[in-house]
Design a protein around this ligand. Structure first.
Ligand SMILES: [Zn+2]
Length: 500
């Protein structure tokens, strides 16, 4: 901070990456207690951009994309999200668990902290790696948006205290949810500076780092383009300083944009479910483990999920697992196994005919089917839409502060068909899935849901979550349960609106 005549003329926040002696000591001890079988180690650097579909990444960030192509990054073309928003799509990467499993294992209540959970950084820490976690939008952080976060600092390097203080004090330019700027910089640039400083400082040390940028891309479909130069520069800097010579760099998103005009199109529906993922491995690693890398190349064209990334990260801890002979054995086991595991390391061959059901993807989020539009005048569609609204009202029932919803309009209806190569596994088993988009009042919410028709007994039910595809703003500020925020239209909001 600089002042002239007691007047503040400059104020900013700067983060530093000190080598922490106590952390170094712990890392040495871990290595001594549990000597690693790996002759050489691979650090992990995950960098996320929230809410960017694979295709939107290509449209919006051509410079970064071209650089990734130049360095032979491996892109996943069939990476399908497993749940709605950030939290349930990142929890599988960081814990190998679904949101529900996390609740049963270590997060019993919405008010519980996350300290007890077995986050993957604990595995890396036990193996002598320095760990880091950081985000650029503190108030809507992965573990803190309508949640309680951690009691103890979860990783050796933890960006939250810095970014929270900076954001609260000099954060500005909120257009929808996120503060786009901190002082004179874009918030995402502040995060990228931290990440590159971290990667450069730690380039000769073993690290596991997970960083997530939300501010720039969370709210608007066309904002990723504002970060193209920044990300290209960031990646070039890491490459030129040799900071990725012992690191796998995973650059990815969690889902596509979840609201706005594009979400009312079929393209937008698919993109929301298909985020981008790139892997960049150092050359020596590719030369040492060609079978694992060849499988990853093939898996680029398979159905893959966040659960698979977790398994892949675990393999990085033990190179024995990805030597040619181990891969051969594990592939045979995978092939022979009667039931297919939900999560498969991407160093193993993922089967071409893997279904969403096998991969732990609910029908509502599955993109592996064809879709045919239906006439909205069909009485069956109207009936199913009413069942959908009834379902939403039953979810809202325990929340007396929320209004009852009424069907105002059916916006679209499609019926889903299996893809040819999955036909045998997913053919009509007496079920038909429909995707409906409806508008409800009060509040003009747009909901998209998968409704299943059991032909045998003519019953109809909503399967899985219901998407909210337009923004809810402060309509739902009377509830804190983050699931209900999508559906609730507060009675108090209605009263203030009618008074205006
Ligand atoms: Zn997200």
């Amino acid at each position: 901070m600089c002042s002239v005549d007691n007047q503040v003329v400059y104020k900013n926040y700067h983060a530093f990456i000190p080598i922490k002696l106590e952390v170094e000591k712990l890392c040495q001890e871990s290595r001594k207690n549990k000597p690693s079988q790996n002759t050489e180690h691979l650090s992990v650097l995950v960098l996320g951009m929230d809410a960017v579909s694979r295709l939107n990444f290509h449209r919006q960030m051509p410079k970064t994309e071209s650089l990734l192509r130049k360095i032979h990054a491996i892109e996943l073309f069939g990476y399908n999200k497993v749940a709605d928003n950030t939290f349930p799509n990142l929890i599988p990467i960081l814990s190998g668990l679904s949101e529900k499993e996390l609740q049963h294992t270590c997060w019993p209540k919405l008010t519980s902290v996350f300290d007890r959970c077995n986050w993957i950084w604990k595995n890396f820490s036990a193996a002598g790696y320095r760990t880091a976690f950081g985000e650029d939008a503190a108030w809507m952080g992965l573990f803190s948006y309508v949640k309680r976060g951690f009691k103890e600092q979860p990783t050796d390097y933890y960006v939250r205290p810095f970014i929270k203080t900076a954001e609260d004090d000099i954060g500005h330019k909120t257009q929808l949810n996120a503060k786009l700027c901190i002082g004179s910089k874009m918030s995402v640039a502040v995060l990228l500076d931290y990440v590159s400083n971290f990667a450069i400082t730690m380039s000769s040390k073993d690290t596991f780092a997970f960083f997530w940028g939300t501010s720039l891309t969370h709210d608007f479909l066309n904002y990723p383009s504002l970060g193209d130069d920044l990300h290209e520069r960031f990646l070039n800097q890491l490459l030129h300083t040799g900071s990725l010579n012992h690191t796998v760099f995973i650059f990815m998103s969690d889902h596509g944009i979840r609201w706005g005009g594009i979400r009312e199109t079929y393209q937008g529906r698919l993109e929301e479910r298909l985020p981008f993922v790139f892997f960049v491995f150092p050359e020596w690693f590719k030369n040492l483990y060609p079978t694992a890398i060849a499988n990853l190349h093939k898996n680029a064209h398979r159905l893959t999920t966040p659960f698979d990334i977790y398994e892949t990260l675990l393999d990085i801890l033990s190179f024995k697992q990805i030597e040619k002979e181990s891969i051969r054995k594990r592939s045979t086991e995978l092939d022979k196994g009667k039931s297919k595991p939900r999560q498969i390391s991407l160093f193993l061959p993922v089967h071409k005919s893997r279904t969403c059901n096998e991969a732990g993807i609910d029908p509502h989020w599955c993109t592996c089917h064809k879709s045919k539009p239906l006439p909205l005048t069909d009485a069956k569609i109207k009936n199913m839409s009413l069942i959908l609204v009834e379902h939403l009202n039953s979810l809202l029932k325990p929340y007396g502060v929320c209004s009852q919803l009424h069907l105002a309009e059916v916006k679209s209806a499609t019926v889903e068909y299996p893809l040819e190569h999955l036909y045998e596994k997913t053919k009509d088993q007496g079920l038909k899935d429909y995707v409906l988009v409806v508008r409800t009042t009060p509040g003009d919410a747009l909901f998209e849901a998968t409704v299943r028709h059991h032909i045998g007994n003519s019953s109809v039910q909503v399967v899985g979550a219901v998407s909210r595809i337009n923004t809810y703003g402060s309509q739902s500020s009377c509830v804190t349960d983050f699931h209900m925020k999508l559906y609730c239209y507060c009675k108090s909001y209605f009263r203030t609106r009618t008074k205006l």
